[in-house]
Design a protein around this ligand. Structure first.
Ligand code: MN
Ligand code: MN
Length: 275
């Protein structure tokens, strides 16, 4: 489903990719339905297309939309990486949305080919560092283990974490992950992020009171405003980003989809603000 000008598009700056995939979810399915819902919410007449820094996302020359992919479980890594690589190769920044968090491994792989020395800023309730989860090394609970062991990022910073356990703490030490749990999330404001930056936004970093349409409702998270403040404070060149784990099957229409669209708008505004 294409709501934006289709790729290829002259002078566009951000390539969009919907990822309709949730087969690596460990608990509930649903994030495969996210891309269409987020597109609709983005254009909902209940809001407008301007961001808080007064960027008009409805203007020409911003987005080129590659549409949605809905790969099988076996084909997801290759198909997702290829679709994202096509956008990077056209000189675009890449914003991917929808899907469970397992898609991030393929998206980071694509970004790392074009931008070596990536730093990743990862918003999540969960560290997603399991060596494997329930026998699945490609589980949505494992992408950052796969990314770090493949050396796809030189630095990984996690914010919003509130489900750390012994195994994942070991993994975090092994990979040198900088974990800001909910007792320390404000320390992110003092961090310098060297370019280029990959931003991965798991919707469950937010408190479920703000965004109930997710698969794992973990209380005690960031408010929507706190997450937006972090995004808006970033002084880094964000070359690629994803917005994952929105689960429409767990949502009330017009609730978490609007939050996802808001986060979408503010992340892309930040991508446009700094080259
Ligand atoms: Mn996650
Ligand atoms: Mn999560």
């Amino acid at each position: 489903m294409n709501f934006f000008p289709p790729f290829p598009q002259d002078n566009a700056r951000i390539g969009l990719l919907g990822v309709a995939f949730d087969e690596n979810s460990s608990y509930l399915r649903g994030p495969a339905q996210a891309p269409g819902k987020i597109r609709s919410a983005f254009f909902s007449d209940s809001s407008n297309l301007w961001t808080e820094n007064e960027t008009n996302l409805g203007a020409d020359g911003i987005f080129a939309d590659a549409g949605d992919i809905s790969p099988s479980q076996a084909c997801m890594p290759a198909e997702t990486e290829e679709a994202a690589s096509r956008l990077h190769a056209a000189g675009l920044k890449v914003f991917a949305f929808g899907g469970d968090h397992s898609v991030t491994t393929a998206l980071v792989k694509a970004a790392a080919q074009f931008h070596p020395e990536l730093t990743i800023l990862h918003f999540d309730a969960h560290p997603d560092l399991y060596d494997n989860f329930a026998g699945n090394p490609h589980s949505h609970a494992s992408p950052f283990a796969r990314i770090m062991e493949a050396g796809l990022a030189k630095r990984l910073v996690q914010v919003g974490i509130r489900t750390m356990n012994g195994h994942m703490r070991q993994q975090a030490r092994r990979f040198g992950v900088e974990v800001l749990d909910m007792g320390h999330w404000r320390e992110v404001f003092a961090m310098q992020f060297s370019s280029p930056l990959y931003l991965s936004f798991d919707m469950d970093c937010l408190d479920p009171a703000f965004a109930p349409g997710i698969s794992h409702r973990e209380p005690g998270g960031l408010s929507t405003r706190e997450a937006l403040s972090i995004i808006q404070s970033l002084k880094a060149n964000i070359v690629a980003a994803d917005l994952v784990e929105y689960n429409p099957a767990q949502d009330q229409p017009g609730f978490t989809d609007m939050v996802a669209a808001k986060i979408f708008k503010e992340i892309t505004a930040r991508m446009l603000a700094i080259k």
